[in-house]
Design a protein around this ligand. Sequence first.
Ligand code: PEP
Ligand code: MN
Length: 337
Amino acid sequence: MIIVLKPNATEKEIEHVMDRVRELGLSPHLSKGQERTIIGVIGDDRLLANHPLRAIPGVEEVVPILAPWKLAGREFKKDDTIIDVNGVKVGSRKLAIMAGPCAVEKKELTLGIAHEVKAAGASILRGGAYKPRTSPYSFQGLGNEGLDYLAEAKRQTGLPVVSEILDPRDIEYFLEKTDIIQVGARNMQNFELLKEVGAYDKPVLLKRGLSATIKEWLLSAEYIMSRGNKNVMLCERGIRTFEAQYRNTLDLSAVPALKALSHLPIIVDPSHATGKWELVAPMAKAAIAAGADGLLIEVHSNPECALCDGEESLKPAKFKELMKDLKKIAEAVDREI
Ligand code: PEP
Ligand code: MN
């Protein structure tokens, strides 16, 4: 961190700033130029991240050098993180394709979709048992019964399952029934929930908040990791912009940007990003071309009767077709499905 002092800062003020830096266990290095004086702070200046240094008389500007996250950062860990989800290695050369209904519905329907996505080559089954709906009158999900159906689908197909948690009080059941716990966009900054999922080593799929910056998103990952859980994967699912033609705007630049900033696996969800099934396949292909480690795709055998997000769900046949096309894209970027 560099502290830039005001041109008219007095010697007494400069000494006071130096003392404050020392009090925090860091070492200040004074550098007096012809026009300006700066203090370089040596040590882990994240300790000062929320310190009101800028409020000390004589200080004009505080310029951080290190990223505010540590555990999630590439500086901390050079190699890509690979998360083993019951044998599916998320973040490896092999892409992780998570597919299934938006919401877990009737048991037979859920099992049917699970078999279809498995046959098409998916590696993980998705399904929401607790649904964070905008309207309180919309279908809220089957709750624990839905998690039971997912566990049965896993037993039948061998696919590990991912499902979204809304309430930290449900953690025990999620630990028992799921393989990846999803923290949804609406809860990306629910810090108590982040701390709760951080207390175990169960893999977490952390979705990007509706209007979250990459910095905020990585700091949310840091919340989980700083509690001990290093098995975090990030999921870009589109952000809110002025464009109303589709549900959200898929920020694909986030993929290479995150690859440089972080070692964590990055999954892309083209379903929630676009909100239109016709746009899902093109954006899924673009995501893999951009370097994503996997996809989260909504699939439903009868989208027009789906209880949630039918308009963005692929029918199994379309999903199968997409999987075939993805093989070619994966090859072109030295990955496999
Ligand atoms: C979901 O994946 O079921 C979901 C609700 O997505 P998001 O949190 O990205 O809106
Ligand atoms: Mn959905």
